[in-house]
Design a protein. Structure first.
Length: 115
């Protein structure tokens, strides 16, 4: 199993980014996928999850209306559109997969929101 994130960067408050997670080594369309983040000096926190077929999504309250998770079951990718970014969104963003209790993480992509 491989999860490889990309798309992070430095953006001003109010800006947007599109994060992507390319996956391989498992049957992507069978599993829900999630994004987590870890801010400096804090623990890793769940942000959002999408069902295996993309029909259901869930978001933590602080990102609802600003973040949108999506997936492409042909390209085996999951994406996170992050809009209206705030300084408190600064974090390393991770792709997350749980296969029957075995957890996989990507290496993460840094998002920095600053003037």
């Amino acid at each position: 199993v491989q999860l490889v994130e990309s798309g992070g960067g430095l953006v001003q408050p109010g800006g947007s980014l599109r994060l992507s997670c390319a996956t391989s080594g498992f049957t992507f369309s069978n599993y829900e996928m999630s994004w987590y983040r870890q801010a400096p000096g804090k623990g890793r926190e769940w942000c959002t999850t999408i069902s295996n077929d993309g029909g259901m999504t869930r978001y933590r309250d602080s990102v609802k209306g600003r973040f949108t998770i999506s997936r492409d079951n042909v390209k085996n990718t999951v994406s996170l559109q992050v809009n209206s970014l705030k300084p408190e969104d600064t974090a390393v963003y991770y792709c997350y997969l749980n296969i029957r209790g075995v957890v996989y993480w990507g290496q993460g992509t840094q998002v920095t929101v600053s003037l």
